[in-house]
Design a protein around this ligand. Structure first.
Ligand code: SF4
Length: 428
């Protein structure tokens, strides 16, 4: 019988993209990929280390695997494996700890590993070179598929562990990206999400992220191209022209701000001022009608006083943002901010985070209210209890009642009302 393997993914979209590729690789080697809750011979966990929670989550998950699946052997791969190998190796029943440089080689590593061998730790330094990916990360559950174009980062923001866990910035070979994109479209994906750690810094033989989008637009059958998250100083202005002209590039940008105080931005080693950020955001808002703009913000960075926080709050309130993700600052090994004075107490971080989350919910509501009465194209994904649900290019989830099979179809919908986080509409 074929060996059975289950996967579990923590963290970002890039991890999800990589797990999808690993699944394909394992299938090609004759494994049967099963759901995480089913009995498996091997469980592969793609770990995350961006916050302290990520670390605790891995520990809890390993305990759960041992309870659900006591005979399964466990491979912990990815970011946490790269920077905290000893800690992970101490967890029960862990046979492999494989960092980011080698994790895509996991099937080969398992093949070479003898049953009687001790647990293996493979975490070499991450090399800086362009890369290719041999198989397509087809995602059977979603209409969208992630397309990895880049990895690593050179920006070294003070709070961030990523340049250590994922290494320095490197780009995927241009033709290799297109090859995977063609396979994903042929497998039925209608939307591709351009994914990486710092995608705006993509550089391969003179090509930039703009060239990637332009080449993807030529693919027949592909309806949408979405940029996952992009650093403020790296966004090509020509993207705005494309979005305005109704190209396949979605009217959606997620641009991490992190703080609305110049003093804190400087301490964070971010590369812009609040004025520059605001100017850019307003420009996008003016030039691309109805665009959905989102951001990330970190609360409680060392040295963040009540006044800095209020500055951030007021700044976010006046910006044309449709939502923001709020992260409570957590201290990471390696990151420079560990050594900064002015730690903010945990309760204070929680209080500030709560206020920002409430503000984000209000901003979201305002954005959704602005959608009522509009006709938007919706890419439908799934049906539940007579309602089909899908997303607009502006990332609004929409439900319509229909007896038609709408799976993977792009249809015009008039948006009638708000229902919690989603909108109800009808086909036109
Ligand atoms: S830009 Fe800053 S926050 Fe983003 S991955 Fe690079 S170092 Fe981390």
């Amino acid at each position: 019988m074929n060996p059975r393997v289950a996967f579990y993914t923590f963290g970002c979209r890039l991890n999800q993209a990589e797990t999808a590729i690993l699944e394909q690789q394992f299938e090609k080697k004759g494994y049967q990929v099963v759901d995480f809750r089913e009995a498996a011979d091997l469980v592969v966990v793609n770990t995350c280390t961006v916050t302290e929670n990520g670390d605790a989550d891995t520990r809890r998950l390993v305990n759960k695997i041992n309870r659900l699946n006591p005979r399964a052997r466990i491979a912990l791969v990815g970011c946490q494996a790269q920077v905290q190998r000893e800690k992970l190796l101490a967890l029960p029943n862990v046979h492999w700890v494989v960092g980011n440089e080698e994790k895509m080689e996991l099937t080969r590593i398992l093949q070479e590993h003898r049953e009687d061998e001790k647990p293996q730790v493979i975490t070499p330094a991450i090399r800086r070179r362009s890369f290719t990916i041999p198989v397509a990360g087809i995602d059977r559950k979603h209409t969208r598929a992630n397309l990895k174009i880049q990895d690593g980062c050179d920006f070294f923001c003070a709070f961030c562990i990523i340049p250590y866990a994922r290494g320095r910035a490197r780009s995927r070979e241009f033709e290799d990206i297109l090859q995977e994109a063609r396979q994903l479209v042929a497998a039925g994906h209608r939307e591709l999400v351009i994914t990486g750690i710092n995608v705006g810094t993509y550089r391969y033989q003179g090509k930039t992220v703009f060239d990637v989008v332009a080449a993807l637009e030529e693919l027949e059958g592909l309806k949408r191209i979405r940029i996952s998250s992009i650093e403020p100083t790296t966004i090509p202005l020509d993207f705005l022209k494309k979005m305005r002209r109704g190209s396949r590039l979605c009217r959606y940008l997620h641009i991490p701000l992190q703080s609305g105080s110049n003093e804190i931005l400087q301490r964070m080693n971010r590369r812009y001022t609040r004025e520059e950020f605001a100017e850019f955001l307003w420009q996008v808002h003016r030039e691309v009608p109805n665009i959905c703009l989102g951001t990330d913000v970190i609360v409680g960075f060392p040295g963040e006083t009540e006044a800095h926080f209020e500055e951030t709050y007021a700044f976010l309130r006046q910006l044309p943002l449709a939502y923001f993700h709020v992260f409570s600052y957590s201290e990471r090994p390696w990151a420079k901010s560990r050594k900064l004075p002015g730690k903010v107490p945990r309760e204070e971080i929680e209080r500030r985070s709560k206020r920002l989350r409430e503000l984000s919910a209000r901003k979201r509501r305002i954005y959704l209210e602005q959608q009522i009465g509009r006709v938007e194209m919706v890419l439908f994904e799934q049906e539940k209890k007579g309602y089909w649900s899908g997303l607009t290019d502006t990332y609004v989830r929409v439900k319509v009642q229909s007896a038609e099979d709408l799976k993977n179809r792009l249809r015009a919908v008039r948006l009638d009302e708000i229902d919690g986080q989603t909108m109800i509409g009808h086909l036109v």
